[in-house]
Design a protein around this ligand. Structure first.
Ligand code: IMP
Length: 173
């Protein structure tokens, strides 16, 4: 049985999201950006972020499935729900919970670029650089973390633990 242990507290998360929102706000004055949340993991982060941004913006979502087992992304990525919004000429901010191997994100970013948005930037709450298999530039990074599987604040293990208010790692009991 896994046992979640607090790794990043809700207060640390709150402060980090506020810092990220402040930077993003300054960069997008009068730009009405389209924020693209990557489901499912980013929904908690995105909903906190947009309320702190408190500026004109739009939101859309995509959902990807990665055929991997358990805690590994295989890189064999399929988009199972795509945008409803046209993105040509738009300022795009992709909002991701965690960048791990980078495989799912980089294929999605390539696809977005083909639709000729005015700009694409990436905000990721968590970054595990030691696991990267393809380079991904994070314009607005939150926490850099070691190679440990984390849950909570939207992140799951096998669909469990998304509701935890802190970011936790799993420990065997
Ligand atoms: P990547 O393609 O390997 O970068 O995988 C990114 C996706 O894998 C994230 O959006 C998460 O859904 C999932 N993921 C990667 N690491 C973790 C983790 O430590 N906890 C929960 N989900 C993770």
């Amino acid at each position: 049985m896994e046992n979640p242990r607090v790794f990043i507290t809700r207060e640390q998360i709150r402060q980090k999201v506020a810092e990220l929102a402040e930077r993003i706000r300054q960069d997008y004055v009068n730009k009405n950006p389209l924020l693209i949340g990557i489901l499912k993991g980013s929904f908690v982060f995105l909903s906190d972020l947009i309320r702190l941004l408190d500026m004109p913006l739009e939101v859309d979502f995509i959902r990807m499935s990665s055929y991997g087992s358990g805690t590994e992304s295989s890189g064999d990525v399929e988009v199972i729900q795509y945008l409803r919004t046209a993105i040509e000429g738009r300022e795009i901010l992709v909002v991701e919970d965690i960048v791990d191997t980078g495989l799912s994100l980089s294929s999605f970013l390539d696809r977005l670029r083909q639709e000729k948005p005015a700009s694409i930037r990436l905000c990721a709450l968590l970054d595990k650089p030691s696991r990267r298999k393809t380079p991904v530039h994070i314009d607005y990074p939150g926490f850099t973390i070691p190679d440990r599987f984390v849950v909570g604040y939207g992140l799951d293990f096998d669909e469990k633990y998304r509701y935890l208010p802190d970011i936790c790692y799993l420990e065997e009991e």
